[in-house]
Design a protein around this ligand. Sequence first.
Ligand code: NAG
Ligand code: NAG
Length: 161
Amino acid sequence: MESLFSAMIVLLLVSFSCFTSSEALTSNNGNITIKWDFMSWTPDGYVAVVTAYNYQKQRSIGSPGWKMSWRWTRKEIANCCKGGVLKPGLESAFQIAVGNAGDSVKTVRMPVNFMFTAPKQQYLCGPTKNVRPTRFITADKRRMTRALMTWNITCVFHKAT
Ligand SMILES: *[C@@H]1O[C@H](CO)[C@@H](O)[C@H](O)[C@H]1NC(C)=O
Ligand SMILES: *[C@@H]1O[C@H](CO)[C@@H](O)[C@H](O)[C@H]1NC(C)=O
């Protein structure tokens, strides 16, 4: 009886922490969404455009700007970082080339432990999700193209630091 009781407590605690962690990733104050669009495959990896969108109504990310980092699960490039300033409602993008990364939708691995930081602000990021590939309009505006694959990561403001 007693062990059943402690098992129930453990279960309760586990579901409570799952609840709080998913709860933490939806916020009335908006979020930062990082989108990872695979544009082309290279002999040992890929070229991707990484875009950060500031969907926060009020919070602006000032100079020297945001930084993002992640951990690879294999032997891809060093954990890269990149930054910029990001006003509410705006977006900022950069292109990266990743080597040693697998060369197809099937072999490539998602980076993990995403961290998004900004001056005096700490964010919590959710898991990387494989989503419907972004559609782009070509420069001549005549055709639609599609990313080969798209990953989204959502981060929310956690606390001031
Ligand atoms: C992030 O914010 C955008 C814009 O408000 C919203 O459409 C999207 O659903 C949010 N994402 C999550 C995971 O809450
Ligand atoms: C991924 O993020 C982009 C940029 O915020 C958004 O336009 C798109 O709808 C998101 N996709 C999904 C499936 O949430």
